[in-house]
Ligand binder design. Structure first.
Ligand code: TTP
Ligand code: MG
Ligand code: MG
Length: 388
């Protein structure tokens, strides 16, 4: 009997709805409800007319070898889908609107939605631009209200909808987030597998690609339920031992893979121990130079990792090995050397500088991804219309 080894886990998969297209609709809300396709080049940029309205490119005017990244659900209803050639799509939906891709905008919203989820459930595995796994096992809340709360947080941070599946493992959650798209929530227990998973086609399983799907079809196995009933020996003849074993397990909804959690740093700091103990007055110039250098390194680290810090602190160690720290929380998050140096300087005024120093450190904490503060305001200022 195959049984999940760890029945306690509760894993969500969250996937944004029509992601690139939905981000574009934030800046062109007049296109809501229309078939819109994302995959054009720069010259498909909408043209702003004198009366303030916009002229959009239409699929029927497109000539080239471009491929569609995604499209709105209205375009999908006409048969258009990701990875289809734009000219082929134009035959199905000649009047659909074509917009160029803007990866910077999608990356920006990707960071925003992930930060919003993290504020509720910090254990997330990043699966690319528009999806994540979330470990909800330790959160003491029923799945439905929790899923609704996560969706609300994502919407408040981005103005975008997503779909969520919550099940005991990654395999099932990935399938489930797709079952009720767009804007859906699907909850599933192991006991629901025969009724809800077995009727699905085998290609719904992440890891069964087109080739395996074809081979399975040739064996008369089309649904996951049929695969679950197939004998392991027969599967092994076609697929080899490992893959056959895996097919057998996943068809029963079994998946023990752990999440690979990307942790956010709590703080970024730099410190240095002096070659000889320095005195605040006698070695003032030297200390000041080192202090400024440390602030510069912290600023560089912050920018490289794309964070800003609300709190700047210092650490001193005196010649007698006693340490003190002081910090200062600022009204706005910073990542510039000058601002860090000023805040750290304020901290320095609050410590005794009578004894010699062995060590000096500068620390930035209260980190937020830099997009969530200044860059958001910048981007919103660039967009033609207000964002939610
Ligand atoms: P998906 O999550 O597969 O698709 P989607 O978010 O557009 O639509 P939904 O989830 O509601 O079905 O992919 C996320 C983004 O990745 C998508 O918006 C565009 C990009 N993408 C491509 O560029 N090429 C592709 O072939 C696919 C599938 C996606
Ligand atoms: Mg998506
Ligand atoms: Mg996706």
């Amino acid at each position: 009997m195959l049984r999940s080894m760890n029945p306690q886990r509760r894993i969500a998969h969250l996937d944004m709805d029509a992601f690139y297209a939905s981000v574009e609709l934030l800046r062109y809300p007049d296109l809501r409800g229309q078939p819109v396709v994302i995959g054009g080049r720069r010259d498909q940029q909408p043209e702003l007319l004198a009366d303030g309205s916009r002229r959009y490119s239409r699929l029927r005017d497109y000539v080239g070898r471009g491929v569609i990244t995604t499209s709105t659900y209205e375009a999908r209803a006409l048969g258009v889908h990701s990875a289809m050639g734009v000219m082929k799509a134009a035959k199905l939906a000649p009047d659909a609107i074509l917009l160029p891709v803007d990866f910077d905008a999608y990356r920006h919203y990707s960071r925003l939605f992930k930060a919003a989820v993290r504020s509720i459930a910090p254990r997330i595995e990043d699966r690319g631009i528009d999806e994540i796994y979330i470990d909800l096992s330790d959160i003491d809340e029923e799945s439905l209200p929790l899923a609704q709360r996560i969706k609300r947080a994502v919407f408040e941070a981005t103005g975008l909808n997503c779909s969520i599946g919550i099940t005991p493992n990654k395999l099932l959650s990935k399938i489930c987030s797709d079952l009720d798209k767009p804007n859906g929530i699907t909850l599933l227990e192991m006991a629901d597998i025969p009724a809800r998973i077995w009727p699905l086609n085998v290609r719904k399983i992440n890891g069964i690609g087109p080739k395996a799907t074809e081979k399975l079809a040739a064996m008369g196995l089309n649904t996951i339920g049929e695969l679950a009933q197939a004998s392991l020996a027969n599967l092994q003849k076609v697929f080899g031992s490992n893959y056959a074993q895996w097919l057998h397990q996943v068809a029963h909804g079994i998946d023990e893979r752990a999440l690979s959690i990307a942790s956010e740093p709590v703080s970024i700091s730099r410190e240095t121990t002096f070659e000889r103990d320095l005195h605040a007055r006698h070695d003032r110039a030297k200390l000041s130079e080192i202090f400024t250098w440390l602030c510069g390194r912290v600023a560089e680290d912050l920018r490289r990792k794309r964070y800003k810090a609300r709190t700047i602190g210092i650490k001193l160690r005196y010649e007698d090995f006693r340490s003190v720290t002081r910090d200062l929380t600022l009204p706005l998050a910073v990542d510039e050397a000058g601002a860090i140096r000023r805040a750290a300087g304020e901290c320095l005024k609050r410590v005794s500088l009578d004894k010699r120093l062995r060590l000096l450190g500068v620390r930035a904490s209260g980190l937020t991804p830099s997009d969530e503060s200044g860059a958001l305001a910048e981007r919103q200022a660039q967009l033609p219309l207000d964002l939610p």
